[in-house]
Write a protein that binds this ligand. Structure first.
Ligand code: PLP
Length: 357
């Protein structure tokens, strides 16, 4: 690994009480280039733009996938990653589906730990604070040929993140657009999946919704995901989430919620959720909660569902009554080292990682 420290760090100008998530970048980034059938050396370099041609294959043919994960700082300034091996496995699954080369553990986890260690001062501390980390792979060959690229870049960039608290949102159950199709790339974290979701989401916003609940492409009769999050429904005291598939992304937060619900002894079913059952439950009062989960905000609680031109309200539950918020707290307490970690999910980022290798 090559470490090239910034000679002009911006950390002294960083105000953890006043920053913009998503466009404040830490001082360094990881890059690694693939060429002639193999990955080169992993480098930690000062954050900044790179020169690319508009003929780069990644932007023309869309060979690009990414991950989203976080690092957390506890009260004693210890830094932890959360289940990073899941993101490592998933980026390679995404890469394989997009005919891109897989990265090694040394590149992904080695680069990740070195970056988080070197810029640990950038990780804001306190309720809901974290460092949002974006590993990605994209095709860099300069060629207008519709085929698999011969050159790629793996990179990791990161931005400090604020409180995960979000207002309850209204979501529209999709009756036309789809996020994923049978045999498609829905289970890959492909950049193009996001591109394809923006327009339908914009239309839903124009109708007064914040987000979409994606339904299956063939019939629009079953829930799949909500926005870029996995979806959970609670009917009476039973939690239901759809099984992952080639159309549903296998979220780390989803899997963690399932395990935490089981640990609490809550009834949880992993089975298809029919739109009509949810609507019926809303009408007869047994629908208690619907929520989305993902790394970025952990939980997004829904206050209303849009279906067939109607806006169906959901009950307003207190934090104690809400399974979504109870499980969110269980998860965040483990992530931030406020609670025991019986699952072994936290991974400590050692100080001066590079001096030990
Ligand atoms: C990233 C993502 C999720 C959430 O995955 P996490 O690992 O929990 O962050 C869910 N659905 C889609 C479509 C995603 O891209």
């Amino acid at each position: 690994m090559i470490i090239q420290k910034s000679t002009n760090p911006r950390i002294s100008t960083f105000d953890s009480n006043n920053f913009s998530f998503g466009n404040t970048f830490i001082d360094h980034m990881v890059i690694c280039e693939y060429e002639n059938g193999k990955w080169g050396e992993v480098k930690v370099v000062p954050y900044g733009p790179l020169p690319f041609s508009p003929a780069m294959m990644g932007v023309n043919y869309g060979q690009a996938c990414f991950e989203g994960m976080k690092a957390y700082k506890d009260e004693d300034d210890q830094v932890f990653l959360f289940r990073p091996e899941k993101n490592f496995a998933r980026i390679n699954k995404s890469a394989a589906r997009l005919a891109m080369p897989e990265v090694t553990e040394e590149i992904f986890l080695g680069g990740l730990k070195a970056l988080v260690d070197i810029d640990r001062e950038w990780i804001p501390k306190g309720e809901g604070m974290s460092l949002y980390i974006r590993p990605l792979i994209f095709a860099t060959e300069e060629a207008l040929k519709a085929r698999i690229s011969n050159k790629y870049m793996f990179a990791i960039v990161a931005t400090p993140a604020k409180s995960y608290y979000t207002e309850p949102v209204s979501v529209k159950i999709s009756d036309f657009y789809s996020r994923a199709a049978s045999g498609g790339v829905g289970s890959a974290k492909a950049a193009g999946n996001y591109a394809a979701s923006f327009y339908p989401t914009q239309l839903a916003m124009e109708e007064g919704y914040d987000q979409i609940i994606w339904t299956d492409d063939a019939t629009h009769k079953y829930f799949e995901e909500s926005g870029t999050m996995n979806v959970f429904v609670r009917i009476n005291d039973t939690i239901i989430t759809p099984p992952t598939s080639e159309k549903i992304l296998d979220g780390v937060t989803r899997d963690s919620f399932i395990q935490l619900a089981k640990k609490r002894g809550l009834e949880i079913k992993i089975e298809p959720i029919a739109v009509k059952d949810v609507i019926e439950a809303q009408k007869n009062g047994s629908l208690k909660e619907v929520w989305g989960v993902g790394t970025a905000v952990v939980t997004s609680v829904f206050q209303a569902l849009g279906y067939d031109g109607e806006k169906l309200e959901l009950p307003k539950l207190s934090n104690d009554e809400s399974f979504a918020l109870t499980l969110q707290k269980d998860l965040v307490d483990i992530q931030t080292n406020k609670a025991e970690d019986p699952f072994g999910w936290r991974v400590l980022v050692e100080k001066n990682v590079m001096e030990t290798v």
